[in-house]
Design a binder for this molecule. Sequence first.
Ligand code: GLV
Length: 329
Amino acid sequence: MKKKILVAREIFPEVIERLGRHFELETNQEDRIFTEAELAVKLADKDGIFSTLSERITPAVVQAGGRLKAICNMAVGYNNIDVAAATAAGVLVTNTPEVLNETTADFGFALMMATARRVTESEQWLREGKWDRWRYDGFMGVDVHGSTLGIIGMGRIGQAIARRSMGFDMQVIYHNRSRLDPALEARANNARHVSRDELLRTADHVMLVVPYSPQLHHMIGAAEIALMKPDATLVNIARGGVVDDAALIAALKERRIAGAGIDVFENEPAFNPGFLELKNVVLTPHIASSSRNTRLAMANCAADNLIAALAGERPPNLLNPDALGQSRS
Ligand code: GLV
């Protein structure tokens, strides 16, 4: 008999078809957002879930999935899942690393460029019919080429961003829990490891790429923004909550920094409406990994993990190997 899975959001039809060859499916191609209570009910008879970052998999949801064996998230981040609860219950948790590195790095770079050169602000002005003459100081921005890029979180995506900076003759400094191997630093445009405060004081463009954890909640707040140069930009492609959005809005309003490019927000898809009143911010709806090829690769990666996990194999992107030894409580 086929195992049963829940595919929690609408996904590519070809991936639904692929999963259907292996499992009995409950799908959600109408794309409703399930509440925690609905998820709990739906998981009661499921062996696995294909989840996305919009499902909050809390300890109660894990408990409700009495025969659940695998939670396979279509995202590299997995702060939507209580991994400790899953591990204690013997439920395998997986993510989709690697396949999105280059696409996400492209987008980080694009947001930095758009912010520094005021691309969306000037487009909006043009669309409003305000363009009646050339001006010597029309939408003057700050340079990207030749500047110093500061990357906070020098994992695989951070390193891919650093490699892109070579073409722009940028210097790279980075802050990470631990220093990278010198060979990796060399590949990442000879990136130099510095303290977080030195990075904030020195960088012309600060890029946040750290995974979210409660310890990093509001790691960039008023005090940290106060260290930045007045002409600097801040880009957040990490996770909402890494930045104190209210503090950032206050700093942007007072033009304490030049601008910010924000793809991830506290409480998204709701977000602080103060952002909408600002011109010196580029806002995008959590799309850094969203090219067709990459989103399809992520969906297939999550499917690979689910197929392996429910076949009793070790899934390729297992996050909690300790769960392998646990039996369901
Ligand atoms: C997107 O934010 C992801 O974690 O993949």
